[in-house]
Design a protein around this ligand. Sequence first.
Ligand SMILES: Cc1cc2nc3c(=O)[nH]c(=O)nc-3n(C[C@H](O)[C@H](O)[C@H](O)COP(=O)(O)OP(=O)(O)OC[C@H]3O[C@@H](n4cnc5c(N)ncnc54)[C@H](O)[C@@H]3O)c2cc1C
Length: 289
Amino acid sequence: MKPAPFEYLRATSVSEALEFLQHDDAKIIAGGQSLVPMMNFRLAQPERLVDINAIAELTEISEDGADIVIGSLVRHAEAMRSPLLARRLPVIAEAMRHVAHLAIRNRGTVGGSLVHADPSAEWPLLVALLNGEIIVEGPEERRYLAAEEFFIAPLVTDIGEDEILTAVRFPEPPSGAGMAFDEVARRAGDFAMAASGALVQVEGGVIRDLRVALGGVGDGPVRASALEEELTGKPVDAVSVADIAELACEGLEPMTDLHASAEYRLHLVPVLVGRVLETALARAAGGRA
Ligand SMILES: Cc1cc2nc3c(=O)[nH]c(=O)nc-3n(C[C@H](O)[C@H](O)[C@H](O)COP(=O)(O)OP(=O)(O)OC[C@H]3O[C@@H](n4cnc5c(N)ncnc54)[C@H](O)[C@@H]3O)c2cc1C
């Protein structure tokens, strides 16, 4: 199918894009990897498309003090290849390898993935895991949102129709932290049936900071807070990952869909959490993020 007719406007600055969005039925197009199929199937029929691909300021990956700032137009493939991210937040490249296929990774963007808000997508999980801050610019103000504020329901976020997601800011991870990401999908490149990321900081043999984030098992990315609370402050030698990984299922109510049943997703969670925790702990012990 072909999309319904639409007006096309190409913005060269954030302020121009915000101006173009002052219309009853306008939509931003970034990589087009989710929006164009939806338009072709007539699931989306915006009257006006605002193309943000020529806004150079949204394409950077940079350091701001100790923080890392990733512009919303950074492609999945660029994040995967970035030397800065490889050094500072290697878990991002580890996760990007699971996003779709090469052609889609070359076009799809960080901002598009976050606004599309598929509960199985890797970027939302990374924002939850790394305590990222989503930066949204509107006609009146700039807003800074944590994952739990931004993601409301599957494919629904807190962004307004007249706003642009400009960047995501990641604070410096705790010193010496090990990180890991893994997921299970039906075929390489498919959306995950379940996904998990872990971040662990160990000091003097004690787990000082632990974060476990999950994807594909809720309305958006979720943190396994019961597991985090149980392990934080525990001597690392006293922890049997196999025994505690089940705790990550506490409070989860995953969906059943064409790809997997809720039961199967609940089966995958402790398996994945066990794997990422083992890897993150080994990396922390080996002095590797
Ligand atoms: C076959 C296939 C497999 C895929 N597999 C995966 C996968 O495994 N994991 C995964 O994470 N993704 C997957 N994707 C989706 C892919 O990652 C998309 O790139 C991503 O979801 C959307 O990014 P985009 O830049 O293409 O956004 P677009 O398609 O251009 O836009 C998506 C939505 O976001 C809005 N938007 C885009 N940018 C902004 C912005 N800066 N500010 C405000 N609104 C904005 C648009 O208006 C639209 O509503 C897959 C896609 C396909 C087609």
